[in-house]
Design a protein around this ligand. Structure first.
Ligand code: ARG
Length: 564
């Protein structure tokens, strides 16, 4: 039950048809401090209709409104401040959470419709970057959130496994490469070759022509080109998969750009049919002047296709294959121009579903405020960062809890969870600085803090002998510390909905932090385990907190160890 809604209904009964329940609901505010109650209604909007001063309206309404969930109403100037009945609300909220468990907050918005989520999508022969990590964890969290609100997410890894750079790589390998080095350290070696190609091509530009020819051969299915490409791809994927295993994120489809090699003609034909292709210095372009965008280059003068050509084919394929309700692209905001162009070309083609595609952009991970870069071979190896995080977590666990069983597994869950949580706790469009020591702290706004809080709740339940609490019993609480928790639990479905509507996992992360903080304040100020009439109610509260913290973390893709 939504208590704000009950207040809105009680108000509506007195206000009458001037304002609908929905309108009143939208006007309700959350008072700045708890002393001002739980819900506030500003009366300004009624002044004209009622031909009275807002203060007077507030006073009049305050006398008339009643509902069993409202304990008292205070009139402060033009505001009506409502104080909810803690006992009634806490009993109802706890019963609801206990009954639904991890399904508390599930919503039926999506009607089971498909939502492909293009995510991660690193480039073959290059290390997977922190940016790709962001795309992976944001995409994964959105998939979880979408599925919680009733959609069917389809996680697609749109690998960068096609394009002129593979021509360059083949040329470089044939000139300077050897198989042993690639087998030993595939990505390092392939990156070395790629960097060397660029350095030498500065002096010998004819290498670029060779590269172009080799990519053309690849596109035309030349056996040598294809088998080298397959090998590079295979070796790179092995390394990527290692990272995906570490963070425990899986895909429903790994169909990279190459997958669309034989699916682009159809799009190009269609563009031609609709008279949208223009020839400019032998290249084929779509003019996007009226969208205020640069023309989209669809085909180079030698017939080679481009990144956007493959994205057009992918968009068609996804619409046809999944009949999507929405189609998401979780890609850094530096590519917004690309996605604007993609969208504009589809609009030009007259495809209404272009509007269902959304670029889920995100900011950069920086170090000391500066952008991390892979150019010139300077790279931050993700695997090293993750291993470091696990180490740091392990050290802290050993200090706090030296006898913990399966310490290594917990260190992994905490270290990796810390990195993921840090990535998701800020609005996705913000840039953020990555300082590992900050990320893996057990205090402050971190993943380990939330995990630790939940483990503490679990330990209280163990100490109490894991009592059976159930939704049939009535658990009433009446103190201000538990009330803060009850409000956060009560809000949960709204929080889930908001994080879906804004495609913003940080809303879930912030909720988990608030809930963890409220719980720690509660725990510091109450004796949960003393024997009195409220003991079971307190334990029901602890159990509900543990359930929702775990669910928050699950949505983010973070594990919840029961002990740490
Ligand atoms: N491989 C690209 C990159 O690393 C990202 C691909 C994003 N997805 C897409 N459908 N364009 O920059």
């Amino acid at each position: 039950m939504n208590y704000k809604l009950l207040v809105a209904k009680a108000l509506h009964e007195q206000i009458g048809e001037t304002l609908t329940v929905e309108k009143i609901f939208a006007l309700l505010e959350k008072p700045k401090t708890a002393e001002h109650g739980d819900v506030a209604f500003p009366t300004f909007i009624l002044a004209k209709e009622f031909k009275k001063a807002p203060q007077q309206i507030a006073t009049d309404l305050g006398e008339k409104i009643s509902s069993i969930i409202i304990e008292k109403i205070e009139v402060v100037g033009p505001y009506l401040n409502f104080f909810l009945d803690k006992k009634i609300v806490s009993a109802a909220v706890l019963a609801d959470v206990l009954e639904k468990g991890e399904h508390y907050g599930d919503l039926a918005i999506g009607e089971n419709r498909n939502v492909p989520i293009d995510m991660s999508s690193p480039n073959i022969a290059k290390p997977i970057s922190m940016g790709h990590l962001r795309s992976t964890v944001i995409g994964n969290a959105l998939a979880n959130i979408y599925s919680k609100v009733g959609y069917r997410p389809i996680k697609i890894n749109h690998l960068g496994d096609w394009g002129t750079q593979f021509g360059k790589l083949i040329v470089a390998y044939k000139l300077w490469g050897n198989a042993e080095a690639i087998d030993a350290e595939p990505i390092t070696e392939l990156l070395r070759l790629y960097v060397k190609f660029h350095a030498i091509a500065e002096e010998q530009p004819e290498l670029n022509e060779d590269a172009r020819i080799w990519f053309k051969k690849l596109e035309d299915g030349n056996e040598e080109a294809v088998s080298l490409w397959e090998w590079f791809r295979e070796e790179s994927l092995k390394e990527f998969n290692h990272i995906y295993d570490m963070i425990d994120i899986q895909f429903d489809a790994i169909s990279g750009e190459a997958f669309y090699n034989d699916k682009m003609d159809e799009v190009i034909d269609l563009l031609e049919e609709k008279n949208l292709l223009k020839i400019n210095q032998k290249a084929s372009i779509v003019d996007l002047d009226k969208y205020n965008l640069n023309p989209a280059l669809i085909k180079k003068s030698d017939g080679a296709t481009l990144y956007i050509t493959r994205d057009l084919a992918a968009a068609f394929y996804r619409k046809r294959n999944y009949d999507f309700a929405q189609s998401l692209y979780v890609v850094g905001n530096e590519q917004s121009n690309h996605f604007n162009q993609l969208n504009a070309v589809l609009k030009e083609m007259g495809l209404p579903w272009a509007d269902d595609m959304q670029h889920i952009a995100f900011g950069l991970i920086t170090q000391g405020g500066k952008k991390l870069s892979t150019r010139q071979g300077k790279i931050v190896l993700l695997e090293e960062v993750l291993n470091e995080a696990i180490n740091l977590a392990g050290k802290q666990i050993s200090e706090k809890n030296p006898d913990l069983p399966n310490k290594d597994e917990v260190a992994k869950q905490v270290g990796i969870g810390a990195v993921i949580f840090h990535d998701l706790k800020n609005d996705r469009l913000n840039n953020f600085d990555f300082v590992l020591e900050e990320v893996v702290r057990f205090e402050g706004e971190t993943g380990p803090y939330v995990q630790y809080t939940r483990a503490r709740a679990m330990s209280i339940l163990r100490k109490a002998g894991n009592p059976t609490t159930n939704s049939e019993d009535t658990y009433t609480l009446n103190d201000s510390y538990s009330w803060e928790i009850i409000k956060l639990l009560q809000e949960y479905p709204t929080i889930v909905k908001k994080s879906y509507e804004k495609r913003e996992p940080s809303i879930i992360a912030k909720h988990s932090l608030q809930l963890a903080q409220a719980f720690n304040r509660y725990y510091a100020n109450s004796k949960v385990l003393i024997e009195d009439a409220e003991k079971l109610a307190r334990l029901a509260l602890v159990q509900s907190v543990a359930t929702i913290l775990k669910e928050d973390l699950r949505l983010l893709g973070v594990k919840s160890p029961d002990q740490m």
